[in-house]
Design a protein around this ligand. Structure first.
Ligand SMILES: Cc1cc2nc3c(=O)[nH]c(=O)nc-3n(C[C@H](O)[C@H](O)[C@H](O)COP(=O)(O)OP(=O)(O)OC[C@H]3O[C@@H](n4cnc5c(N)ncnc54)[C@H](O)[C@@H]3O)c2cc1C
Length: 474
């Protein structure tokens, strides 16, 4: 017998998580289904975490509307979820007359499109305020409302809120078969488990085309686009603390240099179409392009210590527009192709999905109250637990350092492991706490963090570590 849901959201990336969170306000049985052991482990884990107000999306598109709305909602709702943000602002810089003309055009267009706070800043003023840039800046488009945010805690907050409000989070649960029923779908995983749902929402991100194929749809083809990064260590932020974009060309938006919410500086991403959606290699060419970007924009960062290098994968398709396709006669809604703006757009996309589903599929209003879920604030510029005397006085576990690079305490790791949506892998635990994110990448603290993780796993599976040992011995 399959468990029956009203709605099954396939995919717990930032988009599926935001949709599940909004659905949790309705009196419905909702399942959020994720193939990986944890949420946000595909496209949503490797982005620049810029919360953009939307002027850089193509005018007149659904993407523009939903990113604008996503940004507005994030500004209003992120603080209530405990999510940190920093309004660092951004500059799009010009060093040549041709680039200056482009930058002037970007500002004019933004004003015409309803973004009045963008302004043209002369090069002298740019270099007076941000002397780190390569000399010779002629002008810049200044964007004071661009924000950096937490890429990992954001989907966590959405999932936690959804689950606290009654959504069933199934993981790891890869949908490998979809069978059409008279009033919905039966979904199966490779283990032979099944669920039924009246409506399926495919938010499968990088693999949305495969999920579509299971139901017999083939409206788009994935064209995954890799983005490589260099993450510079903490001292770089003392030099560079604003989002810096090069002037875009007709073929690329270029590589940006931006602070992260965790106190590092990010250089990237590259934009390369790749055949294999799982090929997150960092290449010699990629690194050369990233280093060139440093030389061209902020050469003083050239000798900064590197924390790590990595790549993310954009879930782009052969269409430039988002692929949000209602097929309600067939009880299916596709929410795919959220290529490079899904972090900013997720709450706008979720709201749009609600407007499609209600009242057309379910004639309901959102009646369930907010539960006031909050996630730990991991921002480097917020009051960190190690520096919070009151918190330490109440619980000394916040003074016992486990990760010395990022200054993460035993108390924080313990809290993360006790979450109602506990991390299901050591990498997920890393993303919830910042432990092992630092300069040593877990070399010093990895074993101890792993031991805490293993102990929590053992306890959860109803098997105290000691008892497991006894049973193994027997
Ligand atoms: C390099 C890079 C930089 C970016 N920078 C920014 C930025 O600064 N700002 C911004 O707004 N956006 C940015 N983005 C875009 C943003 O990250 C994406 O738009 C967003 O993560 C897409 O989320 P998603 O939920 O659609 O997809 P995903 O994160 O891929 O989630 C889909 C989920 O579906 C699950 N799934 C797939 N198939 C199945 C199945 N059969 N059964 C069960 N589950 C399944 C997957 O496991 C996955 O967890 C960037 C992206 C990249 C790669």
């Amino acid at each position: 017998m399959s468990v029956r849901f009203d709605i099954a959201v396939v995919g717990a990336g930032v988009v599926g998580a935001a949709i599940a969170r909004d659905l949790s306000r309705y009196e419905l049985r909702v399942a959020l289904i994720e193939a990986n052991p944890d949420f946000g482990d595909e496209s949503s884990k490797g982005n620049s975490a810029l919360m953009t107000e939307g002027h850089d999306t193509p005018a007149g598109t659904l993407e523009r509307d939903l990113v604008v709305r996503g940004y507005q909602r994030y500004m209003a709702e992120a603080p209530t979820l405990g999510l940190p943000m920093r309004r660092t602002g951004a500059l799009m810089l010009a060093w040549t007359d041709e680039q200056r003309a482009t930058v002037e055009h970007v500002v004019e267009e933004a004003h015409a499109d309803g973004f009045p706070r963008l302004s043209l800043m002369e090069g002298e003023e740019v270099l007076r305020r941000w002397p780190q840039f390569r000399p010779g800046v002629l002008a810049a488009a200044y964007m004071p409302d661009e924000v950096i945010a937490d890429p990992f805690s954001t989907p966590y907050a959405y999932v936690l809120d959804a689950v606290t409000n009654g959504v069933i989070f199934l993981r790891p649960w890869r949908v490998s078969r979809a069978e059409r029923l008279a009033d919905g779908w039966r979904l199966a995983n490779p283990q032979g488990e099944t669920i039924e749902a009246r409506l399926v929402i495919n938010a499968g991100g990088l693999r949305a085309d495969i999920v579509e194929g299971l139901a017999g749809y083939a409206d788009f083809r994935m064209k995954p686009r890799r983005g490589q990064y260099i993450l510079l260590d903490k001292p770089a932020r003392a030099i560079h603390d604003i989002i810096a974009y090069p002037t875009p060309t007709p073929t690329t938006r270029g590589i940006l240099i931006a602070p992260t919410i965790f106190g590092n500086v990010l250089v990237g991403p590259t934009a390369e179409e790749v055949e294999d959606r799982d090929d997150r290699s960092v290449t010699e060419d990629g690194l050369a392009a990233l280093k060139r970007a440093i030389d061209e924009m902020v050469p003083v960062l050239r000798d900064m210590p590197v924390n790590t290098i990595y790549a993310g994968m954009r879930p782009a398709t052969d269409h430039s527009e988002y692929q949000i396709i209602p097929r309600f006669a067939e009880n299916w809604l596709t929410v795919a192709g959220i290529r490079s703006t899904g972090f900013s757009g997720a709450l706008g996309i979720a709201e749009y999905v609600m407007s499609l589903v209600f009242p057309v599929v379910f004639d309901l209003k959102p009646t369930k109250p907010l539960r006031g879920v909050t996630v730990p604030d991991l921002a480097e510029t917020s009051l960190r637990p190690w520096a919070d005397a009151d918190r330490i006085a109440a619980d000394p576990a916040y003074a016992e350092m486990i990760c010395h690079c990022e200054r993460i305490s035993v108390g924080e790791v313990r809290d993360a492991l006790a979450s109602p949506v506990p991390p299901a892998s050591i990498k997920a635990l890393k993303r919830r706490t910042r432990a092992m994110f630092g300069r040593c990448q877990g070399f010093y603290c990895g074993a101890r963090v792993q031991a805490m993780f293993d102990a929590a796993q053992a306890e959860r599976s109803g098997c105290e570590a000691a008892a497991c040992g006894d049973r193994r011995d027997a």
